[in-house]
Write a protein of this length. Structure first.
Length: 248
């Protein structure tokens, strides 16, 4: 079971290091680690090395919020998967809704980045989700389409390494209330069935205003939670680990 959080661009470097230190202090002896629960966090690029140094001894993996589609070359401002792996990243977000909406990332761009992650030994955290609330059947179809689209380039190259699928209904990201339990269970149950037939080793986590109690309600159809602003309080992150431990 995976329990993770992306800090996006909310924290300064100093606050990120402080947050990571506070979480690590509580997690390092937490029985959740022995129970197979895998905590991770995803900071801004400049904070990755410091977070790796803090998290390694506490069993907290570190990821990046994005990566370049290329491994090296004249791509000013980009960060390659090769470098992310070199500095100790384990995971990398690909295709987050904000990248798609604010920076124009298409299915082709997402597929190229998933491929870049896998060929550099990183586990892509492939973000998917429907745009509007409503039809569960339509949401399932769109999510399945995004999964297949995101894995196109890697599959063409016969790379079928592990992938974590992060389901976040776009309309629920940052919302005061998450999607209904019924909706999450319907979509995630279908996606688990879909993932079980994929050539990749795929895990499915849920994000989108995830809060305490949600994991308990959907634990049989997900492999963990992807936390947002709720986890800005280090104690809240550990609270979710406690909930996960009670389930496993």
């Amino acid at each position: 079971m995976f329990i993770g959080s992306s800090l996006k661009m909310y924290f300064s470097h100093a606050r990120t290091v402080q947050w990571m230190g506070a979480v690590a202090e509580q997690v390092k002896n937490h029985p959740a680690l022995d129970a197979g629960i895998r905590p991770f966090m995803i900071p801004q690029y400049p904070s990755i090395a410091a977070c790796v140094a803090i998290g390694t001894g506490a069993g907290i993996a570190v990821g990046a919020q994005d990566l370049a589609a290329e491994d090296a070359g004249p791509y000013t401002g980009e960060v390659s998967g090769a470098v992310l792996a070199e500095v100790g990243c384990r995971y990398v977000e690909v295709g987050h809704a904000e990248r798609r909406q604010l920076f124009g990332e298409t299915d082709d761009v997402v597929a190229a980045k998933v491929f870049a992650a896998q060929r550099n030994g990183l586990v892509p955290l492939l973000c998917i989700g429907e745009q509007l609330p409503g039809d569960t059947v339509a949401a399932i179809a769109e999510c399945r389409r995004q999964i297949d689209a995101g894995l196109t380039d890697a599959r063409r190259a016969e790379l079928t390494g592990p992938v974590i699928i992060a389901y976040e209904p776009l309309w629920a990201i940052g919302a005061p209330q998450p999607a209904s339990t019924e909706h999450i269970r319907a979509v995630c149950g279908s996606l688990q069935e879909f993932a079980s037939k994929m050539p990749e080793s795929a895990s499915l986590i849920y994000g989108g205003s995830a809060q305490p109690g949600m994991l308990t309600a959907v634990a049989d159809v997900v492999d963990g939670l992807f936390l947002g602003r709720f986890a800005h309080d280090p104690r809240a992150f550990v609270q979710i680990l406690d909930e996960a431990l009670a389930l496993v």
